[in-house]
Design a protein around this ligand. Structure first.
Ligand SMILES: Cc1cc2nc3c(=O)[nH]c(=O)nc-3n(C[C@H](O)[C@H](O)[C@H](O)COP(=O)(O)OP(=O)(O)OC[C@H]3O[C@@H](n4cnc5c(N)ncnc54)[C@H](O)[C@@H]3O)c2cc1C
Length: 385
């Protein structure tokens, strides 16, 4: 049986992020890593948007970035000063090509295309079965989705589902310097929904219709919402659709096992998708960087939690509010952006705010609704544990 120091099971965003970050460590310590995925990753299957203060290792793959964002709803229209952050966009295809390049010709990193059929720990070893063949490792880092039985009586399950069109218009439709983070000027009937617009030039933009709800929509409903937004809000009657993207991201407060003995979960499989927003990219980067730092310092990758459990309570509270219909997502986000600096909100959504900043943000929101939802979720979490 072939043995590796580490096996990275799943070579999507999280697996590749770890593989790139771990390279200097395995070179210095003469370790061997196997990276396995059943896909070749040659298509532009997603676009990542995120904000960050300082350029990170994937800066060369950034396709566009913006210093200015805007927020719109029927209550508020505001330009957001996001300094010291920049809002960035990485296209899936560029990320895969860039990481393929960084990981090429690395004799200590072996790549394999195959299906992971099983992962398990026995004694002090982890094992991965790939297309019928078993490999062993000191540790497995896995972003293969975990199968988790839903418990709707205890936890909340939402979907963030979206369709985006890369469009080209005839005139100069877009301000290239300012991306729209959220525009709620779209129907709120089927759930909290908004559109974001990422301008790539004055006549090209990715326009993405996003909805938080329990069920996906029929394909024609996404198209209808996008058409309506482009015509009524962007005032654009003539345009060509160049590319389409569709996606579903789970939003839940169901805790996910982050480690099972010698298997450490990464990415969405490890619960690094933020329950109330679906943002994952930056959480993956922070987690994989922390793993490598821990390896360098101690030689083992076991980590304490990388953010405080109170953020899980806030996510659960927001999901509860979205579900309760006492108050709309549009009202919550409008009040949040109206009364707080964008910097403070982005820091909060990154799980990096201080308790004082969180109290300041909550004091500006709809207090009765938030207090009731917070209490409801605190009781639920306590009765679940
Ligand atoms: C369309 C879309 C857009 C998104 N946009 C954003 C965004 O703008 N910002 C943000 O922060 N987050 C975004 N997300 C959420 C999140 O960042 C991504 O889903 C991200 O790719 C998660 O990384 P991951 O490594 O956990 O999963 P993935 O990137 O999906 O990687 C998992 C890998 O495991 C492989 N795999 C699965 N099962 C097996 C198996 N049995 N054997 C072998 N290989 C297997 C898959 O082929 C895949 O490559 C988006 C998600 C989607 C779907």
């Amino acid at each position: 049986m072939e043995h590796f120091d580490y096996i990275i099971a799943g070579g999507g965003c999280a697996g590749r992020s770890l593989a790139v970050r771990i390279l200097p460590y395995i070179q210095a310590s003469n370790k061997r890593v196997l990276l396995v995925d059943y896909e070749e990753k040659k298509s532009n299957d997603r676009t990542w948007c995120f904000w960050e203060e300082h350029p990170d290792v994937f800066e060369p793959a950034v396709y566009r970035k913006w210093d200015r964002l805007s927020f719109a709803s029927k209550f508020l229209h505001q330009e957001l000063d996001i300094k010291p952050y920049q809002y960035k966009m990485i296209r899936g295809l560029d990320f895969y090509a860039h990481t393929d390049q960084l990981l090429a010709d690395q004799p200590q990193l072996i790549r394999l295309q195959g299906k992971v059929e099983k992962q398990y720990t026995e004694k002090d070893q982890a094992y991965v079965v790939i297309d019928g063949k078993t490999f062993s490792a000191d540790y497995v880092f896995s972003s293969i989705p975990q199968v988790q039985e839903k418990k709707p009586d205890r936890y909340q399950y939402f979907l963030q589902h979206f369709e985006g069109w890369l469009i080209e218009t005839e005139g100069n439709t877009f301000d290239q310097e300012c991306a729209t983070l959220m525009d709620f000027n779209t129907s709120q009937q089927a759930g909290t929904s908004f559109v974001y617009v990422l301008p790539l030039s004055s006549n090209r933009a990715l326009v993405e219709y996003t909805i938080f709800s329990k069920q996906e929509l029929a394909p024609e409903d996404y198209s209808a919402a996008l058409q309506q937004y482009i015509q009524e809000q962007l005032k654009c009657m003539q345009y060509t659709i160049i590319e389409k993207e569709h996606g579903v991201i789970p939003m839940t407060d169901h805790p996910i096992k982050r480690q099972q003995e010698r298997i450490i979960y990464l990415g969405t499989a490890g619960g690094f998708t933020k329950g109330s927003t679906g943002y994952t990219f930056r959480f993956i980067q922070k987690h994989t960087a922390a793993i490598v730092k821990q390896l360098m310092e101690s030689g083992h990758p076991n980590l304490p939690a990388i953010s405080s459990p109170r953020f899980a309570l806030y996510d659960a509270t927001l999901l509860h509010l979205l579900d309760s219909e006492r108050i709309s997502g549009e009202e919550i986000f409008s009040r949040m952006f109206e009364k707080n600096s964008a910097r403070k909100i982005l820091k909060f959504l990154d799980n990096e705010s201080t308790l004082l900043e969180e109290v300041q943000i909550f004091s500006t929101l709809q207090k009765t609704e938030f207090a009731m939802a917070l209490l409801n979720r605190t009781i639920k979490i306590m009765s679940n544990s």
